[in-house]
Design a protein around this ligand. Sequence first.
Ligand SMILES: [Fe+2]
Length: 229
Amino acid sequence: MTQEEFRNKTRRELMLGLSAVGIAALTGCDGARSWREGSEGRGAAPPIDTGLLDTSWGDSGIEEVSDCELTRNFAEGPFYQDGAPARVDLRTAGELGTDLRMTLVVRSERGCRLVGDAQVDLWHVMQTGLYDLDGKDMHYRCNLQTGFDGQVEITTLRPISYYTETGKLMPSHFHLKVSADGHDTVTTQLRFANDPDDDGEVPDSLLLETTTGSDGVQQTTYVVTLAAR
Ligand SMILES: [Fe+2]
């Protein structure tokens, strides 16, 4: 099963599963959205006991995902910074670029279950092709916690390709670090399929496919699978 096929399968099952167990009703309206809306929304969310959510959904008739290929690690690079804010919109005033909406789904190899309370650190270059390293505003960096649905969703500007100090062309990419209790941390990069600047360094499983939403915004979904300890 390809990454894209899995993404579609997981999203379909997620939507069906949420409907089956009535999580939206538990959270008042849109459970996933309220959980993701920063610290205000998180306060109202129901607690997660174990950090692991069962996606088999009892007798709902939905098959548990059986193909959960571990996400590969790839070079962290030199620009990671601890302490990024819990922001879901990374765009900054005055910077122009291509809007991109990204959903990251975190699951465990243990039963391919969705993982709540996973920490998702993401960082990428500004539209200047530089990383924000001043440690103050931490532009284009975020640290988010997955909700009940094992997801975080961000909106940002699609990273541009840039040249390193040694003259190497780096294709557009995200850096990602995902950790959760009882699992090995994954540190990796996500690049874009069909990017003319891509140099083939990362395996196909780390390539993002994009589509265009009904609002005209580019969107992508990626599933991160963590190795259980
Ligand atoms: Fe980078």
